[in-house]
Design a protein around this ligand. Structure first.
Ligand code: AMP
Length: 410
């Protein structure tokens, strides 16, 4: 048997219903805030992600599905949505439109990660990008919209962590300062942290061993090193979230796995998710559009995992789709009349299914009951139809032409 590739999954009809509801919430919440939907190609030039996401990130270094298109060009299945949306913004000259340009997407993404619950190699994200505004209100709006979406979806145990990364220069200076601090306290750090001081000093904040934790209590914090403009921006974002009643935890150690962030970064987590607890996150990326050869353009956005949001939400009670009419065949000869009847019912706006499996009449009635049909039209070969009300069991003889109206009236 050929199975779906490791880390991928099929969306079966029962799962599709929940995903459709999530999509409708996203459409409503983001649409009401002026976001228009965008769909970019599933694959892009590899260079877009190398330059847009960052050569040094895990995503670009080891998680991309990259292939040659047969004509010597390197293409990559999109691992994230921000760089493609920015590419589209530049390519279509959207900087000439009134700013900010607000776009949202619901698309699939691909990362060659080790699969586990909540972590797949093909997954879906809802994302929103507000491009062309540096105002702190934009950051706060993006965060509030994701909070509203998580709320509408019913995600449980959600908390929001917030921080600011300042500018790339501030960050570089700060990394040096942190490295020096860690080197000065090397003897008390765990081996793991000690070995990675120069590659990834920020990881020391996540360490759980006592020695490292003690050292990190007095470590310099990036938030204390922000330039005045960045600090004021962060203060305003916090104040707006406070006014909106969105609870935040300021986490000076919050780092995100993509290089393009400046100033605000945030992450929503759900405590019901276990190891893969991130449901969605994002931040400001004021340098990205320019980095991709566009005009200098401030922007911010979020991306949230569809599967994680659904895992974080309570399973709804199974609700069967309604079937108004099941067309049963007393004899196979009635098939063409039955076919016509089911089509007429659907054209009149009813949901209608026709017997397609050659069951006995008894078997057909049992099947109609199982799928929750309200009425069954039993078509006999002489052209007459008896319409059975499945809740009362009552049955009446009708002309075929009158069946649809009878069901509609009920
Ligand atoms: P990121 O683009 O890494 O910031 O991810 C944003 C959100 O997408 C995360 O919070 C997750 O909800 C979701 N996500 C990221 N990677 C995966 C994955 N491999 N499988 C499922 N969901 C993912």
């Amino acid at each position: 048997m050929i199975r779906a590739p490791r880390g991928t999954f099929d969306v079966l009809p029962a799962d599709a219903a929940r995903r459709r509801i999530l999509e409708a919430h996203a459409e409503r919440i983001l649409g009401a805030a002026g976001y228009g939907r965008i769909e970019t190609p599933t694959f892009e030039a590899t260079e877009l992600f190398a330059r847009g996401v960052g050569e040094a990130t895990d995503i670009v270094r080891k998680e991309m599905y990259t292939f040659d298109d047969g004509a010597g060009r390197s293409l990559t299945l999109r691992p994230e949505g921000t760089a493609p949306v920015c590419r589209a913004y530049i390519e279509h000259g959207m900087h000439k439109l009134p700013q900010p340009v607000k776009l949202w997407y619901l698309s699939s993404f691909f990362r060659a990660e080790a699969p586990q619950k909540g972590r797949y190699r093909q997954f879906w994200q809802v994302g929103a990008e507000a491009i062309g505004s540096a105002a702190p209100e934009t950051d706060a709006e993006v965060i509030v919209l994701l909070a509203d979406l998580l709320d509408a979806v019913g995600a449980r145990g959600v908390r929001l962590r917030l921080s600011s990364l300042g500018t790339p220069e501030t960050r570089t200076d700060y990394r040096e300062e942190l490295k020096q601090y860690l080197h000065a306290h090397e003897d008390r750090l765990s081996e793991d942290v000690r070995e990675r001081i120069d590659q990834n000093p920020l990881r020391a904040f996540d360490a759980t061993d006592r020695g490292t934790r003690e050292v990190m209590r007095d470590a310099p914090v990036l938030l204390d090193r922000l330039e005045d403009g960045d600090a004021a921006h962060f203060f305003q974002v916090r104040e707006l979230l406070d006014i909106a009643g969105v609870a935040v935890e300021i986490d000076p150690a919050l780092v995100r796995g993509l290089d393009y962030y400046t100033r605000t970064v945030f992450e929503f987590e759900s405590e019901v998710l276990g190891a893969q607890s991130g449901v969605g996150g994002g931040g400001r990326y004021d340098a990205l559009i320019e980095q991709l050869d566009g005009p200098p353009t401030p922007a911010c956005g979020f991306a949230a995992g569809v599967e994680r949001m659904l895992l974080a939400a309570e399973e709804p009670a199974a609700s069967a789709e309604q079937v108004d009419l099941f067309v049963a065949l007393a004899k196979p000869d009635g098939a063409s009349l039955g076919f016509e009847l089911s089509r007429a019912a659907r054209r009149a706006g009813l949901s209608a299914q026709l017997e397609l499996a050659g069951r006995s009449l008894k078997g057909q009635l049992k099947h109609a009951d199982r799928i929750g049909a309200r009425y069954v039209a039993i078509v006999s070969d002489n052209g007459s139809v008896s319409l059975r009300d499945m809740s009362s069991g009552q049955q009446e003889e009708l002309d075929a032409a009158d069946v649809v109206r009878a069901v509609q009236r009920s």
